[in-house]
Design a protein around this ligand. Structure first.
Ligand SMILES: [Zn+2]
Length: 487
């Protein structure tokens, strides 16, 4: 399940659905004519509309200096690109997923997961240049046009309320990935543009091809099941070599030129950044989802998968036939759980079957059963609205109506398991953080890993983070990434 992309994809579709044919436009990179339903100002509209949704899904890394640094490097690349005049935005997202993506109109996102795997500014410039290339060459815009021509504008004009949209979003995931996935030709072109922009901005573009080796090692380790950069960026087989060749060609055109790599500058800035998942924002332990910052817990049905993002926690039945999701209820300030539960039942396409005020583990609550009309058919829904800690939580179990009797008992027990979290060990948990270590004579990654005393961080992870042999003697003064365990 990939709920990470659906919000902005949906918004794209909605925005795109409102657009009219604008015929052929000149491609800024190739200069050729291409069929496009979307003008440049509409591209910017798509990006501007999607941006808040990307932020609500992932959040931005809360480190002003790091964000400014990131934007500065991004702007250096954007200025030498084919479309310097776009309103470029560069945002570091607060997730450990290793990913980078671009939204039309000049919006570029990298995750902290991806930059933590980089070793210098030139690698960063290469990946930024690649993503900028998807925008300047209008890759996504071409895809939207082609999808629309094929009549695939699904999801537009959904009657679902925002409350229940997330389930239809799950159903559209296949569509979202289809839209997102670039072609190998687009990847090849973006790689070449990444080299070109890096080189023009004065970076050693060969570093970019070295960074691609990270993805190779992740592919071996994790397969291709996870929704990361690999799933949206299909790598042409000769990608590393082709990128390296292009970089060497670019460099040989300017013999004697000094290229920037800026390893120390880059690594120093990563010091202290959160590494891995931030447990303060929720994790699964002992069959429960616990949330230290919001001080609540909720039982996870046995064997169900859990996905936690900034705006929603989803438990999914392994076959995907039912989900339970937890969000904050869309409440006006001071609205009671009952008022919220009843008003949802009055929305178009939603019928409140029955409901009653109640209490869930001592917290004021409203429990209701609903029928929801969607494009995929009628859903049976059990929902709880629970006032706790000054907020109202909405926990919703959803399944096709014909399966509702099978899941209603499980929905009920899950909804009613919402309760305060009081385990002080969990309440005090702290995230792991990257620590930049200046090595001393005789040290190796293996010897340093032994001193970290963190069962969560394996030597393999340190090897991948630093791209160093575990037993290689580090030159004194070399900066290496270690992980400072949280509590
Ligand atoms: Zn790409």
């Amino acid at each position: 399940m990939d709920i990470r992309h659906k919000f902005w994809i949906r918004r794209w579709l909605v925005v795109a659905g409102l657009m009219i044919l604008t015929s052929c436009v000149k491609n800024p990179v190739t200069g050729g004519r291409q069929l496009a339903l979307i003008s440049e100002s509409q591209e910017i509209e798509i990006g501007t509309a999607s941006h808040p949704e990307v932020l609500s899904e992932f959040g931005a890394v809360e480190d002003k200096a790091l964000q400014e640094y990131f934007s500065r490097i991004g702007m250096e690349l954007a200025k030498v690109s084919h479309r310097p005049e776009l309103p470029w935005h560069f945002t570091l997202l607060d997730t450990d997923v290793v990913n980078a993506f671009a939204v039309p109109g000049g919006f570029v996102y990298l995750t902290r997961g991806i930059i933590e795997h980089m070793n210098n500014e030139a690698e960063l410039a290469g990946v930024l240049g690649h993503e900028i290339g998807h925008i300047t060459a209008r890759h996504s815009v071409t895809q939207i046009s082609q999808q629309q021509l094929l009549g695939l504008g699904l999801g537009v004009g959904s009657i679902l309320s925002p409350t229940f949209q997330q389930l239809s979003g799950l159903a559209e995931t296949g569509m979202g990935i289809l839209l997102l996935k670039y072609s190998r030709d687009h990847e090849r072109q973006s790689d070449q543009l990444g080299v070109q922009y890096s080189d023009l901005a004065g970076y050693d573009a060969e570093q970019m091809s070295r960074f691609f080796e990270v993805f190779e090692s992740m592919r071996e380790e994790q397969g291709e099941a996870i929704p990361n950069w690999l799933s949206s960026h299909p790598a042409p087989p000769d990608r590393i070599q082709a990128t390296r060749d292009a970089a060497i060609r670019a460099k040989s055109a300017n013999p004697g030129r000094q290229y920037k790599i800026n390893g120390e500058e880059f690594l120093t800035r990563l010091s202290g950044i959160i590494y891995g998942e931030n447990p303060r924002e929720g994790f699964v332990e002992g069959g429960r989802f616990v949330h230290p910052d919001l001080r609540f817990q909720l039982d996870v049905p046995q064997g169900w998968k859990v996905q936690n993002t900034k705006s929603v926690v989803v438990f999914a039945e392994p076959q995907g036939s039912a989900v339970v999701q937890l969000t904050l209820a869309p409440a006006d300030k001071g609205q009671s759980p009952e008022a919220i539960g009843r008003s949802i039942g009055q929305q178009q396409g939603i019928q409140l079957v029955d409901g009653a005020s109640s209490s869930v583990n001592g917290n004021p609550a409203y429990l209701g059963t609903y029928r929801v009309q969607t494009e995929q058919g009628i859903l049976g829904v059990a929902a709880a609205f629970i006032a706790y800690g000054g907020l109202v939580y909405q926990i919703t179990g959803l399944t096709p109506e014909q399966a509702f009797s099978r899941f209603s008992g499980l929905f009920g027990s899950t909804l009613r398991s919402f309760r305060a979290l009081s385990d002080s060990r969990i309440l005090q948990v702290q995230p792991d953080r990257l620590r930049i270590h200046r090595s001393r004579a005789g040290e190796t990654l293996r010897s340093l890993a032994g001193t970290a005393k963190s069962p969560r961080i394996t030597l393999e992870e340190l090897v991948r983070l630093n791209r160093l042999d575990p037993d290689q003697q580090l030159a004194p003064g070399t900066l290496v990434k270690l992980v400072q365990p949280g509590r």
